[in-house]
Design a protein around this ligand. Structure first.
Ligand code: GLN
Length: 277
């Protein structure tokens, strides 16, 4: 097989994919930095590298998400392993972590519950920044929990445990200081589910019945029974669900209810706290 250079591989095999995506895939195959690709554009790929890169470029051309192709994604400045068993962590979800960390004291052993943890992105980002907190991370999917456990190991997190359950399924009266969740909230049948990365992500992690509000409703209704006095709930939701979330929080007895916009200005996280008796 004729040798191909970095420059030619990027030009010839990546015509239908984003230039940045092509470079990330080639960096992954060659295990080099972006600067290396630029400085060594004439370097030849060996046949194994060429074969791997060509295959990844073809899969990307067919729409597979870059994060699944390289098996990783950065979230909250931490490196996470991701597989098609988990949702790819999104930048807007960092807002949920920011709001959680703003509440969790550094010097107290707070108990935190993360519902629908997926890759463990939220739970592990919190665990890393609050070493005294004890995080319980729940998911319905055993395959997702396997990924979350790999991430806990790789990030050297010892203050998080993982439970397979259907939302609050298996808690025997255990109460938490804070509950966080990025539940599935896209309405079934929303055209977004048939576009871009979402086509390849687990439907279970993305879509919910009743205009996407089904899981949010279940979590809000059951949360007070799993919170300590004064405990709080923070939820990520869809662009048009803030008002519904605030209403549900109010109906469930939460106070100090609020919504916060993400970096794009879209209301993305809502929450509230139980009254301090
Ligand atoms: N924010 C994601 C999206 O719209 C969905 C995440 C979720 O359903 N929790 O792509």
């Amino acid at each position: 097989m004729q040798l191909i250079t970095i420059r030619d591989a990027l030009q010839q095999w990546c015509r239908d994919i984003d230039d940045i995506d092509a470079r990330i895939l080639l960096q992954h195959v060659l295990n080099v930095s972006h600067a290396h690709l630029i400085a060594h554009a004439e370097q030849a790929l060996d046949s194994k590298q060429a074969q791997s890169f060509r295959l990844l470029a073809e899969r990307r051309t067919r729409g597979e998400p870059v994060a699944y192709l390289i098996g990783k994604r950065e979230f909250y400045s931490l490196g996470f392993t991701v597989t098609p068993a988990v949702l790819i962590p999104r930048p807007e979800t960092e807002l949920l972590v920011d709001l959680a960390l703003a509440r969790i004291p550094l010097d107290l052993p707070w108990k935190i519950l993360d519902l629908g943890t997926g890759s463990g992105a939220i739970a592990l980002a919190i665990a890393k920044h609050r070493p005294l907190a004890n995080i319980v991370a729940v998911d319905f999917s055993a395959d997702a929990l396997a990924v979350a456990k790999i991430n806990a190991c790789q990030l050297d997190v010892n203050n998080a445990r993982f439970i397979e359950a259907d939302w609050f399924g298996d808690f025997n009266g255990e109460r938490f200081n804070l509950i966080v969740s990025n539940p599935p909230y896209i309405a079934d049948g929303d055209p977004h589910l048939t576009r871009g990365d979402l086509r390849f992500e687990p439907h279970l992690a993305l879509a919910a019945e009743n205009e996407g509000l089904d899981c949010i409703r279940s979590i809000i209704a059951a949360a007070p029974a799993h919170l300590v006095v004064g405990g709080a709930l923070l939820l990520e939701h869809g662009y048009d669900q803030a008002e519904a979330c605030r209403r549900l929080l109010s109906e469930a007895g939460f106070e100090r209810i609020f919504s916060r916009p993400d970096l794009a200005g879209i209301p993305r996280v809502s929450g509230g706290a139980l009254e301090i008796a």
